[in-house]
Ligand binder design. Structure first.
Ligand SMILES: *[C@@H]1O[C@H](CO)[C@@H](O)[C@H](O)[C@H]1NC(C)=O
Ligand SMILES: *[C@@H]1O[C@H](CO)[C@@H](O)[C@H](O)[C@H]1NC(C)=O
Length: 379
């Protein structure tokens, strides 16, 4: 891009928006550049940063969010960005307090790259909402980060702390990579954080999550629907494990081609789990859990159950959702002494074609309630 176009955008933005554009001053050209050419690097900061960014997002090819204080009840709305936009979080991003559904941040577009500058933090300051009830009651809590309709995009190296409730909502996304994301809700362990799922995935394809570090109070990942989804090289602490489900009862009830690999699940309620909804129809197929290490699991090491109703197990499995082609390869580790090592509650004929090798969960109890377990697999 010629330098005169940067200068033009500097003038346009600084006059109308008090945004700071980092560009070297250059002579003003006699012929104004087109809108397209004006695209430039824009830096937004402070308490007006969110509204300025929202107003001028379409004219910036790089959006730097530097110590932005997002006002209460406002979404940092970076949806529908221009193709190829880069978003960089810098310093500390904070959010005002309001009881509302959020999200605090929303980003969408094609070929978008979202990164964090060294030392940055996106701080939900969730303790203002935490009341032990999560999304089941009490204060209405804002979801943290909507990654809906992100196409051929990347989110890399973000550092999020203290989410009020669910963290990443990945929905209607295609070919989205999330690498080296850290989500640390450790303060919430003693302060009533609940339902702080790290990655919720629905109606998406080509999702690749690598190198995530998570300390939270619900699923490390939960896939409700979608295809071609990989989670690899992750560390999940304190939550409910790496989950598929609950599947069933939504618009899209298909989960296919999921690889969950090379990850550690530590001090969590469950290790790996697949749950489907009682009485629902759908399909879960092509699921691989490979090279998974469990430790300090308090409820179930491996749990697959087909009996969920209104978010709770009923103990009565149904077979309207098949769970087929499930590979467990080198899933090993320990559970607490009062936890159950493996629990498999399938409907009649609906769990099939499972291949399990090097599966070893020890230290807890053997379940006597398993039902309709596929050939060659045992609890
Ligand atoms: C989370 O932050 C706490 C400090 O607040 C730190 O001790 C802990 O190591 C962090 N956990 C992860 C998983 O980064
Ligand atoms: C699966 O998703 C990845 C991105 O995560 C993509 O590169 C690949 O082409 C997809 N494969 C299929 C068969 O769609």
């Amino acid at each position: 891009m010629p330098s005169f176009s940067s200068a033009m955008s500097f003038m346009a933005l600084s006059l109308s928006l008090s945004a700071v554009v980092q560009a070297a001053p250059a002579p003003v050209p006699t012929t104004p550049p087109s809108l397209q050419e004006r695209a430039s690097s824009c830096t937004f900061s402070g308490s007006s940063g969110a509204s300025s960014a929202i107003a001028s997002k379409k004219s910036c090819s790089t959006i730097v969010l530097s110590d932005v204080a997002v006002p209460s009840g406002t979404t940092l709305d970076l949806t529908d960005l221009k193709e190829g936009t880069e978003v960089i979080f810098e310093g500390t991003t904070t959010f005002g307090y309001k009881e509302w559904k959020g999200p605090l941040i929303s980003i969408s577009g094609t070929d978008i790259t979202v990164t964090g500058a060294s030392g940055h933090t996106i701080n939900g300051d969730g303790s203002r909402w935490w009341d032990g009830k999560g999304s089941n009651g009490g204060k209405t809590k804002p979801k943290f980060f909507s990654a809906h309709k992100m196409i051929s995009s990347t989110i890399k190296g973000l550092n999020l702390v203290n989410s009020p409730v669910q963290v990443f909502s990945i929905d209607n996304a295609q070919d989205l990579t999330l690498s080296d994301v850290t989500i640390n809700n450790s303060d919430g362990d003693d302060e009533g954080a609940h339902n702080t799922d790290a990655f919720d995935v629905g109606e998406s394809s080509g999702i690749y999550i690598s190198g995530a570090t998570v300390h939270n109070q619900d699923d490390c990942m939960a896939i409700n629907s979608g295809t071609n989804i990989t989670f690899t090289g992750g560390y999940c602490y304190g939550g409910h494990g790496l989950s598929i489900g609950s599947v069933g009862g939504r618009d899209d009830n298909t989960v296919a081609d999921v690889k969950i690999e090379s990850s550690k699940i530590v001090n969590s309620q469950n290790g790996v789990r697949i749950k489907t909804v009682y009485g629902a129809t759908g399909s879960v197929s092509g699921i691989t859990y490979k090279d998974i290490t469990l430790s300090g699991i308090t409820d179930y090491g491996i749990v697959i159950e087909q009996d969920y109703e209104n978010g709770s197990p009923t103990g009565k499995p149904t077979n309207g959702i098949t769970i087929s082609d499930v590979t467990m390869d080198n899933v090993q580790g320990t559970v607490e002494s009062d936890a159950t090592e493996i629990y498999l509650l399938c409907g009649e004929g609906s769990c099939k074609d499972w291949t399990w090798t090097e599966v070893s969960v020890t230290g807890g109890k053997t379940s006597e309630k398993c039902e309709n377990v596929p050939d060659d697999i045992s609890c």
